[in-house]
Every structure is written in C-alpha cells, then in structure tokens.
Design a protein around this ligand. Structure first.
Ligand code: GLY
Length: 392
C-alpha cells in the first residue's frame, strides 16, 4: 500500500514538473515573440498599415486597405499580447488596428468576415467586454449569413463575377478554409441567443463533411456547387498542387474548424471528424520529421519544396484544444509542433524577418504569391497555440 502511494506521489510530482517546464517554455517563447512584435508594432504605427507578409523585393507588404482576408490577424495578435502581458499598449494597438477595417463589417461580397472579425473584435470583446465590439461582431455575422444558400447548405466562399475566380468556370465555390468562418457564427448565436447563425454554421459543417472529404480523411480545397440544385459540379483546387492533391493549409483549416464545431455543439460527429483529420495529419508518411509540412502533401521533389509554417501553427493550436476533448496524444503532438516552430529553424531572430515571428510559410504557389515568406496568420496561430499550451 505504501509503495502504491509513493508511486502515485512520484507520478503527480513528475506531472507537476512537466507542467511547470511547459509553462516556462511557453512564457519564454511568448516573451521573445513580444519583443519581435513590439518592433513590428512600431513599423505598423509609422506606416499606419497592417503588416501582412514580405514581398519579392524583401520589403514589408501591408494588408490591402479595401478588404484583405488577413487584416484581422495583426490586431488579433495584439489582443493575444495584451492577454499575455496585461500591458495597455497592446490593448490600444488591438483597438487601433481593428478600427482600420471597421467599415468592412457590412461587406457581403466575401466569406472571410469570420476570420477578419472573430480574430480581431472577437478577441477584443472576450478580453474587454466592450459592447461596441460585440455589435461589430453581430453585424459581421449578419453580413456573412447573407452568403448562405439553403439549396447548397453552405456559405459561398468567393463571388465568381470578377478576378481570377471568374476564369475557373465555377458557379458556387466553397473552400475548406470557410470552416474557419463558423466560429464567428457560433459565438454570435451565443451572444445574442439567436440560433439562426449557429444553424447556418451547423448546416455548412455537415455539407462540408459530406462533400469535401476523401476516404483517407484529407480534404479537397474547392467544392463547386450548383446553386439551384445543390449538386457538386467540381472538386478542384485553387492553392494546392493539383485538384486531387492534399494542400497542407487546407488540412489544418478543416482540423481547426471541426474542433471548433465540437467546442460549441458537443456533437460527437464533429469530434470524430476532428480526430480523423488529426490522425491523417499525424500519421501521414509525407510529414517531415520536424512536423512542419510541405506546402502540399503531394508535391513531387520534396527536397526542393517549401514548407508551410502557417499550416503547422494552425494545426498545433487546433491539436492543443483537441487534446482537451480527445486525449493526450493530440496535445503531445501539438507540443512537438510548437517546439519545432519555436526552434531557430522557424522562429526568427529578434529584429530580422521584418519583425514577423515565424519564417517559412507559403501563401499560394499557384498564384506565385508569398512563397517561403513570413505571414501574419502564421504568427497569430503560433501565439494562440503558445497561450493555449501555457495553461495545460
Ligand atoms: N484562406 C486563404 C488561405 O488559407 O490562404
């Protein structure tokens, strides 16, 4: 009996030590990230713009002012820094930079309102209870909901009346990334008590589960629907290597999206889906030893192929949450990815990399854009993963 008690005590003590070590690692990494982001904040104020990436001329590239799907991430990262430090400078920055796109809450021409407004105003509201921010979230959710078509059972991702999307022959494209817009809808139903937003999110998630996924639990990037009948017209890609290939960030968006669906609904089918996607990612023989995927799992000539740190950061953050619902193996994998990203192979030295935290992400190779560059959303999900991990 005494022996048993001793074993339990030793186990508890070693778990406590591991927890303390993990917290120390997260705090140290977040402190370094804060130093880097403070330099980036100075650039952002000086130029009065939101940093997005670095261009081919090796200059900082700012988010478009008209509308940019990445505009919410920098203020969102500022809010995370406020959560970490409690320093009012980060609160002021979150407010200042999200206010730059306040007008966009009424846009109905794009699905990215969920990304944009939940990462920025959503975090701001969570940390400050500022009612004005809640109102902005509600308005953005209303605008996003106008893109839902009950014949299809999905929110339309892109309009096809102009730009490169008009050249693809699509009628109603829905991309796997769109799973990330659902969090805003779930949250706004919670805030308002109006289930209509949540119901749209659930229908979208169910339709996506049916049509986007392959038997190996990887996803296509773009499903093009007939808006009258809801039938699938095409299974395509926009940012992956090929229609049939497995675009790395798309796998990460799906994992994160179904984990969020489970958080809000507790419906076991979303948990199963998230686990299946996680298992696909974790056991893929295409995954390099350092767990930062090539930009597409199926790209040939892997030795020359860029990695995508953004996909790794999104995956890590999702796995750390999934660990709470589905067991330690997911948390452990999330930890390994975060450790890899925090190494000198991916985390930039302070004052380099145009003051972005992570190096080596990919925006879109088929569009020739942001290849092996820093990205503001890689930083956002990396910081989020560290904050989530710190309390585990
Ligand atoms: N939602 C666009 C992307 O992941 O690149």
């Amino acid at each position: 009996m005494k022996r048993k008690v001793l074993v339990v005590l030793l186990l508890v003590a070693s778990m406590g030590a591991a927890k303390a070590q993990c917290e120390k690692f997260c705090n140290k990494t977040l402190k370094n990230a804060e130093k880097q982001l403070s330099l980036q904040l100075k650039d952002a104020y000086e130029n009065d713009r939101i940093p997005r990436t670095v261009n081919e001329e090796n200059e900082i590239h700012w988010a478009k002012q008209r509308f940019d799907w990445t505009e919410g991430f920098f203020p969102g990262t500022c809010w995370y820094m406020y959560e970490f430090t409690g320093d009012a400078k980060w609160k002021k920055a979150g407010e200042y930079f999200e206010n730059m796109f306040y007008e966009h809450r009424k846009l109905t021409t794009n699905h990215d309102l969920g990304f944009v407004f939940n990462c920025s105003y959503g975090n701001g509201y969570r940390l400050t209870d500022n009612e004005k921010m809640k109102e902005v979230m509600i308005e953005a959710a209303k605008s996003l909901s106008t893109r839902f078509n009950p014949n299809v059972g999905c929110i339309k991702s892109w309009d096809v009346t102009g730009g490169w999307q008009a050249k693809r022959g699509w009628k109603y494209p829905v991309i796997i990334d769109n799973m990330m817009n659902l969090e805003l809808l779930f949250e706004v139903s919670k805030l308002t008590g109006d289930d209509k937003y949540k119901n749209i999110a659930i229908t979208h998630a169910n339709t996506t589960m049916k049509n986007h996924y392959r038997p190996d639990n990887s996803s296509f990037h773009v499903i093009d629907y007939d808006p009258e009948t809801g039938k699938v017209r095409n299974r395509h890609t926009a940012q992956g290597y090929a229609h049939e290939s497995r675009w790395a960030r798309g796998q990460a968006w799906g994992l994160y999206g179904y984990t969020v669906c489970y958080r809000y609904t507790k419906d076991p089918k979303y948990l199963e889906m998230a686990k299946k996607i996680a298992d696909f990612i974790m056991t893929s023989k295409e995954m390099p030893a350092d767990r930062v995927p090539y930009w597409d799992y199926d790209v040939p000539e892997k030795a020359k192929a860029p990695r995508d740190a953004s996909a790794a950061a999104i995956t890590a953050s999702a796995l750390i949450e999934l660990g709470d619902y589905a067991g330690k193996k997911y948390l452990d994998e999330g930890v390994k990815i975060v450790e890899s990203l925090a190494s000198k192979n991916y985390m930039a030295k302070i004052g380099t990399n145009h003051n972005f935290v992570l190096m080596h992400s990919v925006g879109s190779i088929p569009h020739g854009a942001e290849i092996d560059k820093p990205l503001n959303y890689a930083d956002y999900y990396f910081v989020e993963a560290l904050l989530r991990l710190r309390t585990k």
